[in-house]
Design a protein around this ligand. Sequence first.
Ligand SMILES: [Zn+2]
Length: 245
Amino acid sequence: MGLYSQVKEQVSTRDVAVHYGYKVNRKGMMLCPFHPDKTPSMKVDKNFICFGCQEKGDVIQFASKLFGLPPYDAAGKLIEDMGLTVTAENRPEVQPGIRQKAKRERTEKQLFDQAVDRIYDVYCDYYHLLNEWANAYAPVSPDDDFHPLFVEAMHKRDYVEYLLNLLLDGSEEEKAQAVIDKGKEVDALERRIREYRSGDGECSARSGSTCPAGYDRGRDPGSSGCDREGSGQEQYHERGADPVL
Ligand SMILES: [Zn+2]
């Protein structure tokens, strides 16, 4: 329900007139505030009408005209003065304190979202690396030793996938916990991925810039993005030489 409707539902023009000190007689008539009036010529109930000057309207128009305010501000004044309850998203921010609090909450929310996004991006990158390693370093014959990167891929892939899903679809509490738990680890991981990528000529040539940005979830989500459905399926070129970690 709109703000004006909420106000009009809760107070009549008569309530408001009485609140601001106007005397309303038993017939619901009062002296008109909008023209020099010697006998009560304004009728007030839910709305108002003056039989002298023909002014008429609803409670918001009454307050607007009475205080010389735009309707929205008049509604805000009625909410404050009459102690009305309206749904928060419709409430005019009449007090600077309320505005500042809302702004502060927005900023905190933005910082939190940024922290979640960063962890997501780094783990997304890591997830792609794990998939690469799972393919590139898989043993080719029964006599081969397991390559450490292949072992890491086998150990971590499921967990990282779980973490990415949580960062996308988890509750705010789960995301907050991940930010707390992974805040430091993610720095080290980001550094490790960067170092790994910078030692990888094939990858740099392919993306034309630093490689991790190429997997940013904002870009090309259909193919290389870390979407929930597709990500395990990607195949990368097998490398000839072992990159140095
Ligand atoms: Zn009048």
